[in-house]
Design a binder for this molecule. Structure first.
Ligand SMILES: Cc1cc2nc3c(=O)[nH]c(=O)nc-3n(C[C@H](O)[C@H](O)[C@H](O)COP(=O)(O)OP(=O)(O)OC[C@H]3O[C@@H](n4cnc5c(N)ncnc54)[C@H](O)[C@@H]3O)c2cc1C
Length: 604
């Protein structure tokens, strides 16, 4: 595509700030019809999570240091270093969700004095106690020793929303243009070279017609684009497919569902970290749960984080992670933590679980990919924040060198991967490179494999350097084959008492999710006929189950083959991307909705 297509004028980043202020305060929209304004930057960062923020902060630090040196010595050229970061959430942090126990390694590298600086880094509590429980349906037992990957002494319980917001403040202080409410819709390319990001149009109605408030999304042209979109990034997905950047294995994902509770004092000490295995998942399904003691809010509330991750390579077409979390809370060992408490917040998000061999090529002409978008998650430890931050720093160092040399070709951006290979990021991922794949032969084999890997350089019980595995959705069985000999698919009744357990709509309400209703559906089903025909027969419309936010519903429709048709409640979408990942026919494409739509996470 010609990046200049339909362009009438090029604006600088200063015009961009003006443009936004102008819109916000005068409540006017600039009518550009299909013309797209172009704003030029050195580096465009897409995504305001830990990886994007770390990229921005570290890059600015490097540029400041370099320019000061040039001024002092009179040698070399200063680097202008215009950096912009866009985020689809209305506010920085509003789409950030994590467990979250943070290994401080990443933050120590990025901001070495974070423990003492003002404003204070928002950590909830330092981990003082950790253990693991094996859950059965009505109880469970504590492991005599905590498995090494689940040891968390020295780590911190945090809220990722708060941490990311704090980082955003630092980035802004450094002069980075941070723009929440601006989703990147598509990458602008010249052949294989990424030259910028086209922002999502605003003011388009549900039929695709321009409303009075229409505003064509501008183009942010960048010498380098840093893709920090998190798990299953929509533009990253397209780029990986277009440029064939896939790793040796396809990426496999998990879905994490989480609640934050206020509980009576003393019921779950701040800094307590509990991991669970076993119930409610069966032995063929990867996953596990957690309970983390978060600490007290300013208003004196004692908060607890509780959640469950389910591998998105399960077999049961009726698997429902939200429901499994409700079942987990009914277990007396878990219910004890929540007794007398109140659920405050809910959220859900996918996470990349495939490890090192599922990582795509993370560099190319004019771009690098960081954090979860690049598959940098340690699934054995359920940790990615430190890796996301460190990868952002490595990307920043690469971008800085590229700007200095005036070379942003793939030859130059490859330095990012070279830096990573010599960094602790790679070392950590190497040790757990087969962890998730080991579970494809069942839970016992997975645990044995993971245990052995601790002592045999990541090779594990299966003694394979790389356990090959297909994409996660291919593991889902048809209703007929999954329930063969098990009777008709049925789900036992759950209390859903509104106190300990909740239905999906109540949960969605607790996520603060909102979208402009009159806009094109951002869940694009490319073959809608499949839903009311083959999918009813083969899989029983698993989207109704795997979506943790009740977006997909089969409503009665007389005259169709099975009397039902798909209804998409797009405004419920919490942006977890599970549908894009787990649909058995791969016909759901998640694209960014109009800016600012989505969940409004706090304390998650
Ligand atoms: C349930 C759950 C529990 C977890 N628990 C832990 C834990 O305890 N400890 C730990 O270390 N890690 C944990 N992780 C993993 C950790 O949260 C991630 O590894 C980390 O957040 C990745 O950071 P990131 O910046 O790469 O992506 P993200 O944090 O996902 O940030 C990406 C940002 O990009 C924005 N974005 C996406 N697309 C666009 C677009 N097109 N335009 C503009 N903006 C866009 C998103 O809104 C988001 O704000 C957990 C993850 C989940 C889901």
């Amino acid at each position: 595509m010609d990046p200049q297509e339909g362009v009438t004028k090029a604006l600088s980043h200063r015009d961009f700030s003006f443009w936004r202020t102008f819109e916000n305060f005068c409540n006017l929209r600039i009518q550009t019809m299909t013309e797209r304004d172009v704003m030029e930057f050195d580096v465009v960062i897409v995504g305001g999570g830990p990886s994007g923020m770390a990229t921005a902060i570290h890059l600015k630090n490097l540029i400041e240091r370099h320019n000061a040196e040039v001024e002092k010595t009179g040698q070399g050229e200063p680097i202008p270093g215009e950096v912009v970061l866009i985020e689809k959430a209305a506010e920085i942090g509003a789409h950030s969700i994590s467990g979250a126990v943070m290994d401080p390694k990443g933050l120590d590298a990025l901001i070495p004095d974070w423990r003492t600086m003002e404003p204070k880094a928002p950590v909830e509590a330092e981990v003082h106690d950790d253990y693991a429980i094996w859950l059965t349906e009505n109880g469970g037992f504590k492991f005599p020793v905590t498995p090494p990957p689940l040891k968390n002494h020295g780590n911190f319980v945090i809220s990722l929303n708060k941490m990311v917001k704090w980082l955003g403040g630092i980035a802004e202080q450094k002069g980075i243009q941070v723009f929440p409410g601006f989703p990147g819709a598509k990458l602008v390319r010249e052949g294989d070279r990424v030259t910028g990001v086209q922002l999502q149009d605003a003011g388009v109605d549900k039929h695709g017609e321009q409303k009075g408030s229409f505003q064509a999304g501008g183009i942010l042209a960048g010498k380098i684009v840093v893709l920090a979109e998190g798990s299953r990034g929509s533009m990253t997905k397209q780029l990986i497919s277009d440029l064939k950047l896939e790793g040796q294995n396809p990426q496999v994902y998990g879905i994490g569902v989480k609640e934050v509770w206020e509980v009576p004092a003393g019921q779950c000490a701040p800094g307590l970290v509990v991991h669970t295995m076993g119930y409610p998942l069966d032995s063929q399904t990867f996953g596990g749960g957690w309970v983390y003691g978060m600490g007290q809010t300013e208003g004196g509330k004692n908060l607890v984080s509780i959640g469950l991750v389910v591998g998105l390579d399960y077999k049961d077409p009726t698997m429902d992670a939200h429901r499994q979390l409700q079942r987990m809370k009914l277990n007396p060992k878990i219910a004890a933590f929540l007794k007398g408490g109140k659920m405050l917040h809910y959220g859900a998000k996918s996470l990349p679980e495939g490890g090192l061999y599922s990582m795509p090529r993370n560099y190319g002409d004019g771009f690098v990919i960081v954090g979860d978008s690049a598959g940098l998650m340690n699934s054995m430890r359920l940790k990615g924040i430190h890796l996301a931050m460190r990868s952002g720093m490595l990307a920043a160092e690469t971008a800085f060198q590229c700007l200095k040399k005036g070379d942003t070709s793939a030859n130059a951006t490859k330095e990012y991967w070279e830096r990573m290979k010599n960094d602790w990021v790679h070392e950590e991922l190497w040790q757990c490179r087969n962890f998730h794949q080991g579970f494809h032969k069942g839970r016992l084999m997975g645990l044995l494999n993971g245990g052995f890997a601790q002592f045999f350089g990541g090779k594990g019980f299966l003694f394979a350097d790389n356990i090959k595995s297909p994409a996660g959705h291919t593991f889902m069985k048809t209703l007929g084959s999954y329930f063969k000999g098990k009777g008709k698919p049925k789900q036992e009744k759950l209390a859903q008492d509104g106190t300990l357990t909740f239905d999906k709509l109540t949960s969605v309400y607790s996520s603060g999710t909102m979208h402009e209703e009159d806009q094109p559906c951002h869940l694009v089903v490319t073959q809608p006929d499949l839903c009311s025909t083959r999918c009813v027969e083969e899989f029983g419309n698993p989207c109704q189950h795997f979506c943790p936010a009740a977006v997909y519903e089969m409503e009665e429709k007389p005259g169709t083959r099975h009397g039902v048709d798909l209804k998409i409640n797009a405004s419920n979408c919490v942006h977890c991307k599970t549908c894009d990942i787990m649909d058995p026919y791969q016909v759901i494409n998640w694209v960014t909705p109009e800016g600012g739509g989505g969940p409004n996470y706090t304390n998650l």
